[in-house]
Design a protein around this ligand. Structure first.
Ligand code: ZN
Length: 66
């Protein structure tokens, strides 16, 4: 059984509203702009190698020897 879906349009990638053909895959220019801005600002870019959480801390002084 195949559903008679004429236009299997995906919802807006941002807000989930039905996408408009003109702004696909978004529902409006606004969403398209937001996505573009995100893209440009590097949100979608591959994250750079994050340094390990361990920050360079000064080694504990060995003053507190037992
Ligand atoms: Zn949208």
């Amino acid at each position: 059984m195949t559903s008679p879906s004429i236009a299997p349009e995906k919802p807006c990638a941002l807000c989930g509203k039905p996408a408009v053909e003109r702004f696909r895959p978004f529902c409006s220019k606004r969403c398209a702009d937001i996505d573009l801005n995100r893209w440009l600002s590097g949100v979608y870019a591959v994250p750079a190698e994050e340094a390990a959480d361990e920050e360079e801390r000064p080694a504990k002084d060995e003053d507190e020897r037992p």
